[in-house]
Design a protein around this ligand. Structure first.
Ligand code: FEO
Length: 392
């Protein structure tokens, strides 16, 4: 694929990874991804912003074949899907300076084979003239590593946002034309990668909000030529208000738990509460993460294995705790044969959410009519809490 123009002498470069199905050996990529780099040619100097995953370095080098000089290699983020090709690029353009935030410099030196002298740090708000184009560096820490920054091209009002606003989506579209599809991929990306940092992202959104960018060019997925909708989506996702939604990750070994969670789902729907059920034996954890973005309550459903929750339920609880969704209430429904510490172990695993624990429903064997009435009582308690707290 050739470089593609997004504005006068501003080009998308990079690689579309149609086949990748897993990131960080953890995150499913049902729609592949892309690694976006950008070339900005000023009247005097040229800068390349970010690079590609080392596995796709050849693609970027081919695109750079006709580029006579690169004066600056700008590294927004030290994670290797953007920085891993820097040593190769530094060899290709030996006169180029690598520019990065002070924190990124340390991390790049830790991760890559680069000499300390190759990297120059830039301060928050510092500008760099390329002649008739000016780059402004804005430190945006913890989006999603501590060293992250973004760059604003002042004359063209383009924000190069690196992972922020990104989407794991392989598509031939340079711009985000299919808004519904990109929204879905961007929400998945936010849920899996950005959600744990939503409070600091809120501050960073305020920081970059005043720039009035007319284009946002992230490092994954399509470029936003009408960026208002993705900025608004992020504002909603990071806001403190959960939705009137209960997310139920569950695992059922002999149908008892399945009966309980399906009864719970029907009971919640009857009370006007939205529900999303995820059978952990077959679910895509990315979908679960997306549902957690809006969850007001999380109810884990689990069978008992030995003396505790099924490992898949524990995994879902660990994931939810790590992703830090804004859910305010948690509970457990489950079944056991002769005992166990399921509720304690799950509540402990979810402790980081600082959510109120609503009365769990643990039943011996298959649920009786009384047990299902207890599930109804849990649904009633959840509906009441959501209404009292104005979850919409
Ligand atoms: Fe796309 Fe955090 O790297």
């Amino acid at each position: 694929m050739k470089k593609r123009m997004i504005a006068d002498r501003v080009y998308w470069m990079g690689a579309i990874d149609w086949d990748r199905r897993l990131f960080d050996s953890l995150i499913p990529l049902p729609d592949g991804t892309s690694y976006n780099a950008y070339l900005v040619e000023g009247s005097e100097k040229t800068a390349l912003l970010d690079a590609v995953d080392p596995a796709m370095a050849d693609e970027l080098l081919r695109q750079l074949d006709g580029v006579a000089r690169v004066d600056y290699l700008i590294s927004h983020h030290a994670e290797q899907d953007h920085s891993g090709t820097l040593p190769l690029l530094a060899k290709q353009f030996p006169g180029a300076k690598i520019l990065a935030s002070p924190k990124a410099k340390g991390m790049l030196l830790d991760l890559l084979d680069l000499p300390e002298t190759a990297i120059t740090t830039v301060t928050d708000g510092e500008t760099l003239s390329l002649g008739d184009k000016t780059l402004k560096f804005i430190h945006t820490p913890w989006v999603h590593w501590p060293e992250t920054m973004v760059t604003y091209l002042e004359e063209d009002r383009i924000l190069f946002s690196c992972d922020l606003f990104g989407s794991h989506l392989a598509t031939g579209d340079l711009f985000a034309k299919d808004q519904a599809r990109v929204y879905e991929a961007a929400k998945r990306y936010y849920a899996e990668i950005m959600m744990p940092f939503r409070t600091i992202i809120q501050k960073n959104l305020e920081k970059i909000g005043g720039l009035d960018a007319q284009v946002i060019a992230p490092s994954h997925g399509p470029v936003y030529d009408k960026p208002e909708w993705i900025v608004e989506a992020y504002r909603q996702w990071v806001s403190g208000a959960p939705g009137n939604v209960v997310v139920v990750p569950y695992v059922s070994m002999h149908a008892s738990v399945e009966r309980m969670v399906k009864h719970l789902a029907a009971s919640l729907v009857d009370r006007g509460v939205r529900v999303e059920l995820f059978n952990l034996a077959v679910t895509d954890v990315g979908k679960l993460a997306m549902a957690l973005v809006d969850a007001g309550t999380i109810v884990v459903g689990t069978s008992t294995v030995l003396n505790g929750p099924h490992p898949l339920a524990l995994y879902a609880a660990y994931l939810a705790n790590a992703l830090k969704p804004k859910a305010r209430f948690i509970s457990v429904v489950g079944s056991y044969g002769w005992g166990g510490k399921t509720v304690d172990m799950l509540a402990e695993t979810l402790a980081g959410l600082k959510a109120e624990v609503l009365e769990p429903v643990m039943v011996k064997g298959a649920p009786s009519a009384d047990d299902l009435a207890a599930v109804d009582a849990l649904a009633e308690a959840i509906a009441k809490k959501h209404a009292e707290n104005g979850f919409a």
